[in-house]
Design a protein around this ligand. Structure first.
Ligand code: MN
Length: 748
């Protein structure tokens, strides 16, 4: 076997010429390659995909002047060499038609089925990803995003083949594009290939890109390695022969390959360790491929018996595989003439994984895959993505060939191609705030992939999101229920609080002026200092803080005026608690039943810290449709939507606020009922029985004869504690069924 020199490995002669028949010839070669590998498979889908793509790409040329169709054919040939399945090959042929021709995804779906359409769509989306910056964190995001966007692993295999062919034919592009594409290959695609364990593709991508990304360094290094080529080859031949003899003597079945470290890895090592080429221990090496793990360790013993190992250079990646599942034993030894070299020892299976990685698991095989192999693939993927978190049923997971490598994140783009990483279920509002808080605050709409979407839209991997803004626009409270990021939440709260404070200051000021007029206090005569003195009595350093507190309903204007002009304003009389039930909502915002913490059974959607009380006019109970109204200085009044006052109140639309019944259902609401009955003994007893049966407490009950309503009439007024609308309906109809009851009315 001749030395397998990875360095400067000649690209396979790409395509048979560029004559008029070159496209047909290339397809025939591809067809023959696939047919030989699987004589029993029907290859008409492959032929149909070729005809379709050829027709759509006809007349298009690559920058080299070749017919464009040679590119998809070359990509597909690479995939065929990796023994990919027919869906993958069809995708290879069709991978550029949606992006570059008139063909649509629907046409692909109709002609080639769901799987091919999904894969072509995936490749098309990946090709739209702009490589944004050279910043390392951004590169990491792009890599993760590309993987996250891939729902079918065949998409990434096609994309990598596409990239390999583009790199092989990079010469025909202008210098600046060469450099950019090479850089992108080094920072994005080669690491993805590495992560997926595809050592061979990674190696080729890196060495191709190296020459364009750093032409001078690459040329110097390749020349330097080349200058010793003859000596190196002789040396490798000598040690290879020696190892083969020694292994044979010990009865270890193995094939031995010699190798020279790839130029780009040498370059990275030289840069990283700042050492000259001749100090690299593992520039030259042997690879021993044997039949079992046991023989791997046996072979290691044979090597160490022959040559002295360099301390600290023995690595057991069989016992502890790398995160991309690479397995091998590595050792560096001092060989003949004091020249060091590296030996890698592995089994055939380990070798296949090291070269092909994830692709090894997607190879076309005659017949069905056995369950054992499926298990292996699952295990491999499971480890590959380093999932510590729970995964869905692995069987189902694999049967759909879907991958979800980063289930908690979603990768989206700005129109310029910058990646924005957001948590799952994030909305355009999160997106807007992650760009800039001004963009978030003035966001009025969003376009995703060119279409207007509602702000509650859930962003998906690969979405290109454009935020529509309007100067002066402010966030709405509803947004708090839509956002997933704490950054957006905090910014929205901040702005809303500032707006509410400004509003409260205004309301508080007007409230004070109005009350001052009522009591005949001339505010203009009160000095700033006097005002500040009162403010500081309440613990505020600024007058506007006092106004805000009035606006928020923390205390009444009358209390403040009393301090400012004690001789003109009498102190407020504390209201007797019994009366508070029927009294209009007090200015202090104390809600029903003397509940000083506000009405906890109702909450404002998306905000827990607003004072809420039920409006006296309609006194809504649980289950009724409700709406909130931000009052002037008394918190949020909650009305039944059916309340007649609501329509009048809602002319100030910005004061309307969404409210909902809180979940904790143990509470009840006082409901006043008036019952007109015959005046007969036992009636009260029957009424209270109804409420007893419903386990409803009676707060007050007052019965009197009322002859105006007819002979022997009586009226019963009672306040009962009712849990919800349904219970109220049951109570009312039970009361109506009592004989002698003429009417029941809920008192609003
Ligand atoms: Mn392409």
């Amino acid at each position: 076997m001749s030395p397998e020199t990875d360095v400067g490995q000649a690209c396979p002669p790409a395509m048979p010429g560029t004559g008029p028949d070159c496209v047909e010839q290339a397809f025939e070669q591809l067809h023959e390659l696939v047919r030989r590998a699987r004589p029993n498979e029907d290859l008409t889908p492959l032929e149909r995909a070729f005809r379709f793509a050829e027709q759509r790409h006809s007349g298009q040329l690559r920058s080299s002047g070749e017919p464009y169709m040679l590119h998809p054919l070359a990509v597909t040939t690479l995939l065929a060499e990796q023994q990919m399945d027919i869906v993958c090959l069809e995708t290879g042929l069709l991978h550029d038609v949606v992006e570059d021709t008139t063909a649509t995804l629907d046409e692909i779906r109709v002609n080639f089925g769901e799987d091919v359409a999904r894969c072509v769509d995936g490749v098309t989306k990946l090709s739209k990803v702009n490589f944004y910056s050279r910043e390392e964190r951004q590169a990491e995001s792009v890599r993760k995003m590309l993987l996250a966007m891939v729902t079918d692993i065949r998409v990434i295999l096609v994309k990598l083949a596409d990239r390999i062919h583009n790199m092989r034919t990079l010469d025909s592009l202008p210098r600046d594009r060469q450099e950019r594409i090479a850089q992108e290959t080094l920072e994005i695609y080669a690491p993805i290939a590495h992560r997926l364990g595809m050592g061979k593709i990674r190696g080729e991508l890196e060495d191709l890109a190296f020459r364009y990304a750093e032409p001078e360094a690459a040329l110097d290094l390749i020349n330097e390695i080349d200058s010793k080529r003859q000596a190196n080859e002789a040396f490798l031949e000598e040690i290879k022969h020696s190892v083969e003899v020694n292994l044979g003597r010990e009865g270890i079945p193995a094939r031995v390959q010699s190798r020279v470290k790839r130029a780009y890895s040498v370059y990275q090592k030289i840069k990283r360790q700042r050492i000259p080429l001749d100090q690299i221990y593992d520039l030259l090496g042997l690879r021993i491929i044997t039949d079992s793990v046991k023989n791997c360790y046996a072979a290691l013993g044979v090597i160490h018996n022959e040559w002295h190992p360099i301390p600290g250079r023995i690595k057991d990646f069989i016992a502890i595989p790398r995160s991309n599942l690479y397995q091998s034993l590595h050792t560096s030894v001092i060989g003949p003439g004091g020249l060091s070299f590296e030996v890698q020892i592995r089994t055939e299976e380990m070798h296949r994984i090291a070269e092909e990685g994830i692709a090894a698991h997607w190879k076309y095989k005659e017949g069905k895959r056995g369950p054992a192999e499926d298990d292996q693939r699952v295990a491999w993927l499971r480890q590959l993505v380093e999932w510590q978190r729970e995964m869905r049923d692995p069987g189902e997971f694999m049967s759909t060939l879907k991958v979800d490598l980063y289930p908690e994140e979603v990768y989206t783009f700005t129109p310029k191609g910058k990646v924005i990483v957001l948590p799952r279920d994030a909305t355009p509002i999160d997106f807007a705030y992650s760009i800039h808080s001004d963009v978030g605050n003035t966001c009025v709409g969003a376009k995703v992939n060119g279409r207007i979407v509602p702000l509650k839209y859930t962003l998906r991997n690969g979405d290109v999101c454009e935020i529509l803004t309007q100067p002066g626009h402010v966030p709405s409270r509803d947004w708090l229920t839509l956002v997933k990021t704490s950054k957006a939440r905090n910014k929205i709260k901040h702005v809303i609080n500032a707006i509410e404070r400004a509003k409260a200051i205004e309301i508080g000021q007007k409230y004070l002026e109005k009350e001052a007029r009522r009591f005949g206090v001339a505010l203009t005569r009160i000095t700033k200092a006097e005002m500040e003195a009162v403010a500081s009595e309440y613990g505020y350093s600024k007058i506007e803080d006092l106004h805000a507190a009035l606006g928020y309903g923390k205390f009444s204007a009358r209390q403040v005026l009393q301090k400012l002009a004690p001789d003109q304003v009498q102190p407020e009389q504390p209201e007797p608690p019994a009366k508070s039930l029927s009294a209009p909502a007090p200015a202090t915002g104390v809600p029903v039943g003397g509940d000083t913490h506000g009405d906890l059974v109702i909450r404002v959607k998306g905000c827990d810290d607003l004072l809420v009380y039920r409006a006296k006019c309609c006194n809504p109970i649980r289950g009724e449709a409700i709406v909130g109204y931000v009052t002037r200085g008394k918190g949020v009044a909650v009305h039944a939507t059916s309340c007649s006052n609501v329509q009048n109140l809602m002319y100030e639309v910005e004061r309307k606020i969404d409210v909902e019944w809180a979940r904790a259902a143990a509470e009840s609401f006082p409901v006043r009922l008036t019952v007109l009955t015959d005046d007969r003994p036992g009636m009260l007893n029957q009424l209270t029985n109804v409420l007893f049966t419903e386990q409803s407490n009676i707060r007050s009950l007052d019965a009197r004869s009322d002859d105006r309503r007819g002979a022997d009439g009586a009226v019963v007024e009672m306040t009962a504690e009712i849990r919800d609308k349904k219970q109220l309906e049951r109570v009312v109809s039970a009361i109506r069924r009592i004989s002698g009851v003429r009417d029941v009315e809920r008192v609003q």
